[in-house]
Structures are given as structure tokens and as C-alpha cells.
Ligand binder design. Sequence first.
Ligand code: GLA
Length: 384
Amino acid sequence: MRNTTTILCWIILIVSFLTLGSCKKHDKEIHKLDVKKENWGRTKDGQEIYLYTLSNIHGMQIKIINYGAIVQSLFVPDKSGKYEDVVLGYDRLDDYLKDSPYFGAIVGRYGNRIARGRFTLDGVQYQLATNNGPNHLHGGIKGFDKVVWNAEPIHEKDKVRLKLTYLSPDGEEGYPGNLKVAVIYSLTNHNELEIEYFAQTDKATPVNLTHHGYFNLTGHCKRDILEHQLWINADYFTPVDSTLIPTGELRPVEGTPFDFRQPTAIGARINDPDEQLKYGRGYDHNWVLNQADGTLKLQAALYDPQSGRYMQIYTDQPGLQFYSGNFLDGSIVGKGGVVYKHRYGLCLETQHFPDSPNHPEFPSTILRPGEQYHTKTIYKFSIK
Ligand code: GLA
């Protein structure tokens, strides 16, 4: 009798262990590292566009399309564990094709402005399109945000990656050299969106690649971004002229509305009577990141006190363009029918300084044959 009881106990124990094990397995099956691919329409000239959904074990999701290498949505948890979209964009390809202020795109060949679209390199003068007043902006009329990229998912042990490649032919948008570009988006199990940029050229050319995501950590754009607290590890910024071209000066942030060395609400000083804020219609400037020595460093952070969402930015780049969504004016209806009103999104673009080809004193943006362009930025999400 005693023996039968012992055997019964053992059976119960083994069965409960097995059930527990299978529950765990089921949990992991709900949230696991994964990439899904679905059709997302065609461009006007018939090229197939796909939407790739990258997911991690916690349920964080990033959706990317191979048009413009655009991050179409990014779902991260708030302090109560609720997953919501924290980037601006559209629900349909047609809207991206029609008009987009670079929502979530990779910008290039040169992120931000080049004065009068002109630069001289190795004694040759180049003229690019002037698509922003008198200046060249974000690679020109058809920059990397408007081209179709090849996409290839890559699975690794603790991250999922999407590799996007594009060959920018010699002379495209006026730039010299065939430029082979690769951008790898990775989603890790630590709730990080990693972006790596690679490029190689067969003629010397300026290159400055960045990601133009519009963040709003409230989730599905519930409010504007003025209460978000921003920290930027920068003692200097590059003041601009009235057309947003850097004057060449590195100006201390001390005592100005550009001092974000302590986390500060974006709205706290945005309407101060400051000439630089007037030129930018708010913040639209490049910060000179401290201790930028080409290695990956924590250089900025964004926090929304209401949702508790916290985003840290690690980068190896010397500059950060902070744009406070000043041109958003309510004329764009975005995902889920949300109207993107003034300052409903903000960009934190890690990059080299604007107009560097015309400022030999700025860190160089010239890539030469035989060199490998490789930069990395991580947007890491958590709660506080
Ligand atoms: C960048 C520029 C801004 C603006 C936005 C897109 O951040 O610096 O001036 O062009 O892109 O509207």
C-alpha cells in the first residue's frame, strides 16, 4: 500500500513537471524572436513592397517596409505593460508614395542640409538639387527615403535582423561614385532597436546616413511631445543661419534653451525669444556630442513621465539633430486616422554635422574608395 502511494506521488510529480514545462514552452511560442513577411502593395512602376514584422520574446514589435527602409511602426510597453506604437507614419503604402516628411525613413546619401546644394571635392565642384529653399536636404529630390531596397531577414541567437541594401549609381542626385549601401535593423531581446549603416564607394563622395523616425512616447500620439523630457550629452551645438545652415561656430549650450545636459521638458523653453529657436521654428539643430570618439556611447535619452516610457540612444556618431516636429501642422492624417498636429512627433537623428562638405573644421563625411563606412546607433526602450 505504501509502495502504491509513493508510486502515485511520483506520477503526480512527474505529470505536474511536464505540464509546467509545456506551459513555459507555450509562453515562448506566443512571444519569440521572429520575422514575418507580407505583401504591402506596389510602387507606381510596379516594384513589390513588403512589410516585415520583427518580434522579440517580450512582445516588442518593429514593422519595416523595403520602400525607403522605413520603420512603419514600433510597439513598446508602457509602465502598465501596455504595448503601443511610438512612431509616426502611415497605414498604407500609397500615403508614403504621395508625400511624407521622411516618416521613419533612412535618409541619404547626405542626411540634413548642404548649403546651396554645392560642394567641392578634390578640386571638382558638384551641384546637387536644391530641394529646401536655397539648400539641398536629405539626399535630394529622390533620396534613399524614396527608393526601393532589397530586404533579407537574418536570424541570430538573441536578435532578429533585417538587412536592406541599395546601390546608388554614380551621379544619382548629382553625387559622385557608385555607392553600395547596407542598413541592418535589429531587434534584440533587450528591447533595443539597433541600426547599423554600411557603405562603400568607387569615387570619393560625401556620405551621412541617418534614421528619420518621429517618436512620440505617449503611445499612438495621444498628446504632443512637449512634456517629454530630453537629455543630450552635449556642451555645444552648431548654430544656424536663417536657412538652417550651420554658421561654423560651435556655441556653448550653457545658459541657452539648448542646454539639455539635465533632463528637461522639451516645451519648457521652446517658445523663448531666442534667435536660434526663431530660425528653427523651434528645435531643428545639431548638437555636438561629448566624448564622441567613434565608439558606441550613451548620448541622449527621452522620457515620457505619463506613460513611463524611456528611450536611450547609444551612438558612435559625433552629432545629433533634434527636430521638434515644427513643420507638423495638422494637415497629415497618419496611422489609425490620427491627425499629426504641431509637435506631435520629434526626431533624434544621429549623424555627422549638417553641411560638413563645406566646413573642413567639422568631422569629415568624405568616404573614399577602399574605405568601409560603418556606423551604429541603438534606441533602447525601457520604463522608469
Ligand atoms: C530634418 C530637418 C528639418 C525638417 C525635417 C523634415 O530634421 O532638419 O528641417 O526638414 O527633417 O521635415
